[in-house]
Design a protein around this ligand. Structure first.
Ligand code: PEP
Length: 268
């Protein structure tokens, strides 16, 4: 049984006082006190880089995990504006989101660049949430499986990497706990249009089969989250699908009560 993973992706939202208010409200939600129970989903928050340290102080004795929204693959050096894996680990991050569609489309991140980030992150033993997803045009022209297949297999391949990538190989015992995939159809992100549960499941199953091919039976333990306009009123039908193991939530995670309602529906 895979423990669902629910992540609040705040993107470039929430100033410090807004984030603190969120935490105050969230801790008052009845679901918060049940997060330590066995059937609870794993819950995490991905704030902006500048809030990570402060949120770590507030969350370190709770079961809510901390997630970064991006990272650079190099350890240190002249990379103005970038943040390294060691820096994220130093401020208490448990996971990092890699390859979000906004990074791909607005900041030109390619599959090859995402591959370097994934290999480096898993090599440092930090959890990775690897995002994949097709645009509307790609879906309408029947290319969904080609696009997400290419995104997944390139990101998880050792091919043409200059650095060592044992972390991506089948024998890495940490893969089931450290790697999660987020299927996020680009046409559903921030648009209010959610994929139908069956539409999403079709892609999740396809991704699961690719993972099985690459990693064998361990792939059954890797979580595949859905993302794209997830809300309190659509999460249950998505989570009812056999290969949907949680959600990456943008807009509906900005308010504590709405995020708490989503979490409620993800209890096993
Ligand atoms: C996201 O940020 O990954 C996302 C899915 O956003 P939204 O829930 O707002 O569509």
């Amino acid at each position: 049984m895979r423990k669902p993973l629910i992540i609040a992706n705040w993107k470039m939202n929430h100033l410090l006082d807004e984030a603190l208010k969120f935490l105050q409200d969230f801790k008052r939600e009845s679901v918060f006190s049940r997060l330590e129970s066995k059937n609870a989903p794993e819950v995490a928050i991905a704030p902006s880089f500048v809030l990570l340290s402060e949120l770590h102080k507030k969350l370190q004795f709770n079961s809510v995990k901390l997630v970064a929204q991006n990272v650079h693959w190099e350890e240190r050096g002249a990379f103005t504006g970038e943040v390294s894996l060691s820096m994220l680990i130093d401020v208490g991050c448990d996971y990092v989101i890699i390859g979000h569609s906004e990074r791909r489309t607005l900041f030109g991140e390619t599959n090859a660049l995402i591959q370097k980030k994934v290999a480096a992150a898993l090599g440092k033993h930090i959890g990775v949430v690897l995002c994949v997803g097709e645009s509307l045009e790609e879906r309408e022209s029947g290319k969904t499986f080609d696009i997400v297949g290419e995104q997944l297999t390139t990101a998880l391949s050792c091919h043409s990497l200059e650095t060592s990538c044992h972390s991506l190989e089948k024998g890495n015992p940490e893969l089931p706990t450290k790697l999660a995939i987020a299927y996020e159809p680009v046409w559903a992100i921030g648009t209010g249009k959610t994929a139908l549960p069956e539409q999403a499941e079709e892609v999740h199953l396809f991704l699961r089969k690719l993972l099985l091919k690459q990693y064998g039976e361990v792939a059954d333990q890797i979580r595949i989250q859905y993302g794209g306009s997830v809300k309190p009123d659509n999460i249950a039908s998505l989570m009812a699908q056999p290969n949907i193991d949680g959600a990456l939530v943008g807009g509906a995670s900005l308010e504590a009560s709405s995020f708490a309602h989503i979490i409620e529906k993800a209890f096993l």
